[in-house]
Every structure is written in C-alpha cells, then in structure tokens.
Design a protein around this ligand. Structure first.
Ligand SMILES: Nc1ncnc2c1ncn2[C@@H]1O[C@H](COP(=O)(O)OP(=O)(O)OP(=O)(O)O)[C@@H](O)[C@H]1O
Length: 232
C-alpha cells in the first residue's frame, strides 16, 4: 500500500533488452526511471513492443538483458518466492481482460481484496460502489460471458484499482469503450494518481494523450523516448 515517504523509484530499467526465443530484440537498451506518483502514457505503432514492455512491469517476463527494479527491488535476480509480495503492489489491466469466467463481475473485482484478507463487510462496502461508478450497477451479478467487450473492460479496470495499488499498469484500457466512458475512466486513473498511485497506460488513443497532458513513453524500432506533453 502507499507510503508517505519514498526512498526508491517505483520503476527502474537499466539497459533492458527483450527478445522472444532466438528472434530479434523487440526492446533494445531501454533505461527508464518512473518516480512515485508519476503518470505516463505508453505509445507507439502496433507491434512496437508496448505489451512486451508492460509484461516486464507486471512481472510476466524477465528481460533478456539488463535489469528491472520495482519499488527498489531488483526483480531480475530476485528469487521467485519474493515476487508475490511485489505483485500484490501492482494493479494490471490486461488487453484481453483475463476475467475469471465462473465468477460474477462483483466476485471478479472482489478477488484481489479477498486475497489481501479484506473482510466481507469491507468488500460489500467498496466493490458495489466502484462497479456503480464505472457504470455497471445493474451488471454486478453478471458473469463475463454475458458482458460486452466494454463492460468486461470496466470490470477488469475495477479489479485492477480496487486495492489502490502502488503501480497501475494498463494495456489499452479504453480500447473497447465510447469516448465519454473513456474520459470517465481516465478521471478514475487521474484520481488514483492524485492519491499516490504511479500509472502507466498503453494506448493508441492520441486524442486522450493530448487532452490529459501527461508525458509519454514512446516506443519505436525497439527504442524508447520520453516526450513531454508540449512536444507530443
Ligand atoms: N509471446 C511472443 N512470442 C513471440 N513474439 C512475440 C510474443 N509476444 C509479442 N511478440 C512480438 O513482439 C513484438 C511486439 O509485440 P507487442 O505485443 O509487445 O506490441 P504492441 O506494441 O503491444 O502491439 P499492439 O499495439 O498491436 O498491441 C511483435 O512483433 C510481436 O509479434
């Protein structure tokens, strides 16, 4: 959970490279520091490596070279048993949602709270409120199979933010919703950010990137550049 005093950067990449199998390096020599409470978009053409970079952040992969530190801990060399504690500080919105099909929307969102040992009273207080806020008040008991793409996406977002993670990583979180809903969801991310969560959002939505005026991490040809809003 969030701390008042930060003695470390949320994310630090040092000369990170990533390749799949014997293929070419998708990410080349990326060095990057994200300070606590920062908000970045991640942009770049399709296939540039945005999801691959995010997968390093949410610990689905380790880099082929270089090092990745999260919350001051080198996750490249950390023993596997140390990773779950780091994962609990992350919220992730996957491009393909990854909801549990046998659970209702409410139970999908409640899951990370249950894993963290929250009481049922706490769950009943927070989860319906958040689901209502993202416009799903009348779908709380629905299973993912009967939800639209945009509804599933909002369940996935609610699940990622319900624990107030230290770092939120979202892959195209507004790709399936209309413009008005996209702006509403961005306000949710902005509010979380205001409360201290560090945020990285991969998106193709140029209009949102321009409107929200956060710096962007831009990937192209395996290289990362950081663009400030006025340059973007
Ligand atoms: N599991 C994998 N095995 C092999 N190659 C992969 C794998 N995942 C991604 N790639 C390749 O890595 C490159 C970057 O893919 P990635 O999904 O990270 O790009 P992206 O920028 O997120 O694309 P998009 O905007 O279309 O979602 C692509 O050439 C892709 O084919």
């Amino acid at each position: 959970m969030q701390q008042e005093q930060f003695e470390y950067d949320t994310v630090r990449f040092k000369s990170v490279g990533l390749r799949y199998g014997n293929g070419p390096e998708i990410l080349q020599d990326i060095s990057l520091t994200l300070t606590p409470g920062s908000f970045h978009f991640l942009t770049g053409p399709s296939g540039a490596g945005k999801t691959s970079l995010l997968s390093l952040l949410y610990l689905a992969r380790r880099p082929s070279r270089g090092s990745v530190e999260l919350f001051g801990q080198d996750v490249t060399s950390a023993p596997r048993h140390r990773l779950p504690a780091i994962r609990r500080r992350l919220g992730v919105v996957f491009q393909d949602f990854r909801l549990l099909d046998h659970l209702s929307a409410l139970d999908n969102v409640a899951l990370p709270l249950r894993v963290a040992g929250a009481s049922e009273a706490e769950i009943q207080r927070h989860v319906p409120e958040l689901l209502s806020w993202v416009g799903l008040a009348s779908h709380m008991q629905a299973k993912p199979s009967v939800l639209s793409g945009g509804q599933k996406q909002r369940v996935a977002i609610a699940r990622a933010v319900i624990t107030r993670p230290d770092l939120l990583v979202a892959d195209e979180p507004t790709g399936n919703v209309d413009d008005r809903t996209a702006i509403r969801l961005m306000h949710l991310f902005r509010e979380m950010n205001r409360l201290g969560t560090t945020i990285v959002i991969a998106t193709h939505n140029e209009q949102l990137v321009r409107q929200m005026r956060h710096p962007r991490l831009h990937l192209e040809g395996g290289r990362l550049s950081i663009l400030q809003p006025e340059e973007g």
